[in-house]
Write a protein that binds this ligand. Structure first.
Ligand code: ADP
Ligand code: MG
Ligand code: MG
Length: 252
């Protein structure tokens, strides 16, 4: 079992107007067999948290720490984070010209493991994962993200998660822009990974609908860069009924 610990994390974004504080002391502890939903109103800092974990250069950690099994994540390069077992879909470029999905996945896996996966099992697993995610075999021969629809990008994200088998996966708005069928297929993919490997999932979402398919163990509501409330799955149900109004009126 692994542990991801976020302690008193303060993050500013570098804008043309200067540094703007976004996260004001986030604390989270995730075990690699747990799923945590990070929820909150638009603009509360959810994606900033994801980008900070990914090591995006625009987001500057001004204080606090992030550790994976005691190792300082903030000190790691983007590649080192992946090797340590962090999966952050947004760390990859929007388009990877000339690199097919198959080659991209295989070289990512090779970089993370330090050796190439055994071809026979790899090919079988990839075919299997693609079938389950209902992606056309032709998809594997396309260049990464080149002309992908919103739904294809999300499926590719989950395909990566299935094939790379990370210790922790940060999924930011995986549900956005998916119709009900696609949402179910993508959620089933996440659940397959949860059932078959020891993975901690940080499921970032504004809406509750994906949580009907992916049951979180814990729910954290971020408002204005701080955790405003935490609880079990019942908190998501409450948000589904009540929305975020009570947080917004009290957090001013
Ligand atoms: P969420 O994902 O919860 O909707 P974000 O983390 O995207 O929220 O944004 C939080 C706040 O930080 C917002 O006010 C947003 O405008 C600001 N912000 C985030 N990224 C940037 C950026 N690159 N440049 C300027 N402001 C940003
Ligand atoms: Mg614990
Ligand atoms: Mg966001």
């Amino acid at each position: 079992m692994s542990k991801l610990e976020i302690s008193d994390l303060h993050v500013s974004v570098n804008t043309e107007a200067g540094q703007k504080p976004i996260l004001n002391g986030i604390n989270l502890e995730i075990d690699s067999n747990q799923t945590h939903a990070i929820m909150g109103p638009n603009g509360s800092g959810k994606s900033t948290l994801a980008y900070s974990l990914a090591g995006h250069p625009k987001y500057e950690v001004t204080s606090g720490s992030v550790t994976l099994d005691g190792e300082d994540v903030l000190d790691m390069t983007v590649d080192e984070r992946a090797k340590a077992g962090l999966f952050l879909a947004m760390q990859y470029p929007v388009e990877v010209p000339g690199v097919t999905v198959t080659n991209f996945l295989r070289s990512a896996k090779t970089a993370i493991d330090g050796e190439a996966p055994k071809l026979r099992n790899w090919t079988k697993d990839l075919k299997n994962a693609m079938e389950q995610l209902r992606v056309d075999p032709e998809f594997a021969t396309r260049n990464v993200n080149e002309g992908f629809s919103g739904g294809e990008k999300k499926r590719h994200e989950i395909l990566q998660m299935e094939m790379l088998k990370p210790k922790f996966a940060v999924l930011d708005e995986t549900d956005s822009g998916l119709d009900v069928d696609a949402l179910r297929i993508v959620s089933e993919g996440v659940n397959r990974v949860r059932e078959t490997t020891d993975v901690g999932v940080l499921l970032i979402t504004h809406y509750t609908r994906i949580l009907r398919y992916i049951k979180p163990d814990f729910v954290h509501v971020i408002v204005k860069g701080k955790v405003a409330e935490e609880g079990g799955p019942e908190l998501a149900e409450r948000l589904e009924n009540e929305g975020y109004d009570r947080f917004l009126s009290s957090a001013v």
